[in-house]
Unconditional design. Structure first.
Length: 446
């Protein structure tokens, strides 16, 4: 059954992206907002806006009962969470189910499973995905961890079972480091996630970060290929691009991620993340059960509106495509234009006095920014996503140089100078990139 009105439980560029997809589909758009976003573009463009004013700005988007009340008061059929905030909150999904409101995403049970890195790892290993050697249950003592590390070989990495974004991860090179590393990781996990469970697995040195875009309807799943996202700071992606793999490797890993999605009855958009070692072997990292910031790269090279497809399966539609329908054309690159100091990555909130983003053939810019926009300091620093497409990677890079040079942002610091230097850097041009790229190219930070 087609939705008539959908509530967007998010803000910024992703709220605007979802709004546009809903409009294309003829669905009315409702949106929640806090005090800081009352004049933002997605709020001004929505059919109806619902204020949730909280002293702590984050609570405007994290108060589950307030968001559920908004959906009920506005007579919404469904809620789209975007990414972040409540997008991976199983309790939120259950509350919506209790009220007869559709959550545009997977079920609460699937979110719970995939949110537990230990359980997710076991489920995907059972489905046939390659995983790094490691513990199959939480590790609470250094002695147990040392015994395991001796078996799988150093270095190893300690990760939070409920973690994400690299929070609390600790690399251990030798047994003497385990006691302190384990305490630190468990403490940070408890503080960040309210769950101090951690596990240990083999650390993949010199790895590349590659992810696969998947869409499932609860029964079947298809993939839209890979994105390469190894250029990161503090485990947060800065540059994403695709495609990256050979057709044979794409088909091999693509079949595996579809098996993984189908094995848990996945419904909606998902991203399966992997590390690839220097030998070309893949190791499963995690599943992000939501739309990704970088879904835009895949849209440019496949020609499909992923956000719309996610909404359609949430309405109860079967997959409208088969795997054979999907092909990849050209190359796309995305630069995240964060409002940050390009040397130390410190957030730079403030008013945008001048703001111009490029356009033209092969250029896409997803942003909620405009001249006079007040960039808050209380939310994520993402200001815009600048993408270019070209028949080849070299063409996309050349177009990105032009697009970055045309972009004008004054009033806040931003990452354009860093991105511009990356586009000229020799290792980047030669595809010689690992997740240590920024660490190994400190000269790029100016």
């Amino acid at each position: 059954m087609a939705f008539k009105r959908v509530l967007i439980a998010n803000r910024g560029e992703i709220a605007l992206r979802i709004l546009r997809a809903l409009r294309d589909m003829g669905i009315e758009v409702a949106i929640i907002h806090g005090r800081e976003d009352r004049l933002s573009l997605p709020v001004r463009l929505a059919d109806v806006a619902y204020p949730i004013m909280r002293q702590n700005p984050l609570d405007s988007y994290l108060d589950i009962e307030a968001v559920v009340s908004a959906a009920k008061d506005l007579d919404c059929d469904a809620v789209h969470p975007g990414y972040g905030f409540l997008a991976e909150n199983a309790h939120f999904v259950k509350r919506l189910e209790e009220e007869g409101i559709t959550f545009i995403g997977p079920t609460a049970e699937v979110i719970t499973l995939l949110g537990d890195k230990i359980e997710a790892r076991a489920a995907m290993e059972a489905a046939g995905l390659p995983t790094a050697k490691g513990s199959s249950e939480p590790i609470s003592s250094a002695e147990v961890a040392i015994t395991l590390a001796d078996e799988i070989g150093y270095p190893v990495i300690i990760k939070a079972a409920a973690g994400g974004g690299g929070i609390g991860m600790q690399i251990v090179e030798k047994s003497a480091e385990f006691e302190n590393a384990l305490k630190l990781c468990r403490s940070r996990a408890k503080s960040a996630f309210g769950d101090d469970r951690v596990f240990v697995e083999k650390y993949i040195e010199g790895a590349q970060h590659i992810e696969f875009q998947v869409l499932g309807d609860g029964k079947n799943a298809i993939h839209f290929g890979e994105r390469f996202c190894s250029i990161q700071r503090r485990h947060q992606k800065l540059v994403e691009e695709g495609p990256w793999l050979s057709e044979e490797k794409r088909a091999e890993i693509g079949a595996l991620v579809c098996e993984g999605a189908e094995s848990v009855g996945y419904k909606g958009l998902a991203t399966f993340e992997f590390l690839r070692d220097k030998n070309g072997d893949f190791y499963f990292l995690e599943v992000n059960p939501r739309v990704q910031v970088e879904h835009t790269v895949t849209e440019l090279i496949t020609g499909y509106n992923l956000v719309e497809l996610g909404i359609r399966v949430a309405q109860g539609e079967d997959l409208p495509l088969t795997q054979a329908d999907i092909s990849w054309n050209g190359h796309a690159i995305q630069c995240r234009l964060n409002a940050e100091d390009p040397k130390d990555f410190i957030p730079s909130p403030g008013r945008l006095w001048e703001c111009h983003f490029p356009s033209g053939f092969g250029i896409r810019c997803d942003t909620h920014a405009h001249p006079g926009y007040e960039m808050p300091g209380c939310f994520d620093s993402l200001l815009a996503k600048l993408l270019t497409w070209g028949p080849t990677r070299e063409d996309a890079i050349a177009r990105m140089r032009t697009a970055l040079d045309e972009t004008i942002i004054t009033g806040v610091e931003h990452l354009i100078p860093l991105h511009r230097r990356i586009m000229d850097e020799e290792d980047f041009l030669n595809r010689d990139i690992t997740i240590q790229y920024i660490d190994n190219h400190q000269d790029l930070l100016g």
